[in-house]
Design a protein around this ligand. Sequence first.
Ligand code: IPM
Ligand code: MN
Length: 357
Amino acid sequence: MPRIAVLPGDGIGPEVINEGLKVLNAIESKYGVDFQEDMYPFGGVAIDKTGDPYPAETQAACLKSDAVLLGAVGGPKWDSLPGSKRPEAGLLDLRKSMGVYANLRPAVLYGPLKDSSPLKPEIIGDGLDVLVIRELTGGIYFGQRGREMVEDGYRAYDTEVYSTHEIKRIAKVAFEAAMKRRKKVTSVDKANVLESSRLWRETVEEVAKDYPEVTLEHLYVDNASMQLIKNPHQFDVIVTGNMFGDILSDEVSMLTGSIGMLPSASLRDDKVGIYEPVHGSAPDIAGTRKANPLATILSVAMMLRYSFDMEDAARDIEKAVVSVLEKGYRTSDIMQEGMTLVSTVEMGDLVVKEIRG
Ligand code: IPM
Ligand code: MN
């Protein structure tokens, strides 16, 4: 039986994960499949329990699983811990230990939500569909860092490092994805300043030779962040490093109205992956029944698609989400006049009802 390690984590993590699991259970009944889902401590809750954000037990389970479904980590309670002991350090260790170097963050503005985009209607048009592919196990997130004492205080550093191998494999993922979409890749770097970006650009150019049908464009990250707001429809697939991808994926998500809608998949060369909503733990709304579970529910769809080859089930979930939105149901982050406000749990129930049909 395929195994899924479920890591609810902190803040709104457990609330949105509950809804994701509800939807997964509905799919299991409908398609006659059975997954073994087991929960493990991760993030701040794991620190409280064991002193470690990614305890050995959780690590062993993740490394044995076919997929990991993750809520979110972090919160004010753990913000004053030293960097290497924070919940976020556990998240980086999880990604690195599983070797999931390709982070796919599809930003889709669904028709019924088009008024939620902060962009003017003449710019956003009828919708948006951009795929951000972020390199996830390299770059400045994992380069050498440190701090040393100097005369009048400290000197601290973090290092941006990329190898040809790391750039090649993420570029391939981007070109392969573009072949199934609108055949355009925009590679984002800072090659006018950074040597690591110059290697990035050269290497992406090399990989592009194997994909003559795909149009490749390079943008500096500052310009890319401006172009996303000025004319988001020029983008199809964006490929970039870990840090730029972190920043740009938040920006792209906001173009779709709410970060509460954005799923993600973190993949490697086999079918194993980590699936998590792009939003964080949102400690300010934890326990208020306000959290939007759709990003997690859509992450479950990505899990079925990429780890379990269940494309029909993935589409089923995505269609159910659109139907619920078309019927006017909204969590508070996407609430608009004339719509029906629902809680986290109600939103999950509505999606399940659509799937059952
Ligand atoms: C994300 C998050 C994480 C990241 C944090 C929580 C470490 O912002 O997944 O985008 O920076 O990768
Ligand atoms: Mn982020």
